[in-house]
Design a binder for this molecule. Structure first.
Ligand code: SAM
Ligand code: SF4
Length: 334
């Protein structure tokens, strides 16, 4: 073990959660994430190989990272995704083997959910913004809702829990479906989490007025359900509520209107090996370059520590000088 005190920043936040983007490519084109034509993809030679990724994650584990979430782009597009999960979940961290979860649009899960679970995956997070085929096609610019629904069924059938479903709430797009989505999640023994739309789209089309706020989401839900706030949020970005006194919960991730930066325990590794200390960071640390230059584990540890030390107190979306990061969400890893 390298350092039992872990990755602590200037504000005392201990970093235990690593978000890993496996690719910036995607088989959907969600309007709030990518333009119709896609974005200039990261050149293939710049992408971390699986061996490079595993080497870097081993260093993160020495520094106190205990869980990793695989994301993208669409992480299931990585041809060796099952092998990646097997190798990462075999890495020993300070609390035992790393806990590996995945955020996916669900396409491909009907075949992959079982093998991923067998490879050691702990949990699925699946994104679903609408239950209506026509809306789905318009919102994602692809007619693939059936594949997503089949993927959710396959993930549910693995028995891995909690199964989480993420929904970005959007004014005039799906804000009349929030209660239906919660009923759908309940029927699939899944926990739904509504997310406020953030200024991270490649087209820079985000506007505060278009965003549905956490407060508005709760207002819509309480019209149909009895919600009881759950105490003990910890570093969970979602404020959780119990639905109708039962076993179902719903979460609201109000990243814009009620930031949770004070409890943030996350750092991010992009598919091209850049370390970002925040979703909204404007700077990055080039771990790929360092690794490929033949650096030692100590050098890599030092770069990771430096990045964590430089982490700002908050994302600053409300600051007058706020600048949207150059990388779109699909290339950072949400
Ligand atoms: N392709 C996978 C998926 O869609 O689940 C993983 C990557 S995607 C970038 C991760 C999550 O970020 C998804 O739940 C997506 O809805 C969310 N997301 C993308 N752009 C967003 C934005 N501008 N604001 C809030 N959430 C966003
Ligand atoms: Fe692809 Fe996920 Fe972005 Fe949608 S949100 S375009 S599925 S990366």
């Amino acid at each position: 073990m390298s350092d039992p005190t872990g990755l602590v920043d200037r504000f005392g936040r201990v970093h235990r959660d690593l978000r890993i983007s496996l690719t910036d490519r995607c088989n959907l084109r969600c309007t709030y994430c990518m333009p119709a034509e896609g974005v200039p993809w990261i050149p293939r030679p710049d992408l971390l190989s699986t061996d490079e990724l595993v080497s870097l994650v081993e260093v993160f584990a020495r520094l106190g990272i205990v869980e990793a979430r695989l994301t993208g782009g669409e992480p299931l597009l990585r041809p060796d995704i099952v092998d990646i999960v097997a190798r990462l979940s075999a890495i020993e961290g300070q609390q035992g083997p790393l806990r590996i979860s995945i955020t996916t649009n669900g396409i491909g899960l009907s075949n992959l959910a079982g093998p991923l679970a067998e490879a050691g995956l702990e949990r699925f997070n699946i994104s679903l913004d609408t239950l209506r085929a026509d809306r789905f096609a318009k919102l994602t610019r692809r007619d693939r809702i059936d594949d997503v629904l089949a993927g959710i069924a396959a993930a549910s059938a693995t028995g891995l829990r909690p199964l989480k479903i993420n929904t970005v709430a959007m004014r005039g797009v799906n804000d009349d479906e929030l209660a239906d989505l919660l009923r759908f999640a309940r029927d699939h023994d899944a926990q739904l989490r509504f997310i406020e739309q953030m200024p991270l789209d490649a087209g820079h089309t985000w506007s505060r007025a278009q965003m549905v706020t956490g407060e508005e989401i709760l207002e819509a839900l309480t019209a149909e359900f009895e919600l009881t706030a759950k105490p003990g949020r910890g570093s969970d970005p979602a404020q959780q509520f119990i639905v109708d006194g039962g076993t179902t919960t719903v979460g609201v991730i109000a990243s814009v209107t009620a930031p949770f930066c004070g409890a943030c325990d996350r750092v991010r590794l992009t598919a091209d090996g850049q370390l970002r200390n925040c979703l909204f960071a404007t700077g990055e640390s080039d771990l790929r370059g360092l690794l490929r230059s033949g650096a030692t584990v100590d050098d890599i540890e030092a770069m990771i520590r430096e990045s964590v030390t430089a982490k700002r107190a908050g994302h600053g979306i409300d600051d007058p000088g706020f600048l949207q990061p150059d990388r779109p969400m699909s290339a950072i890893g949400g």
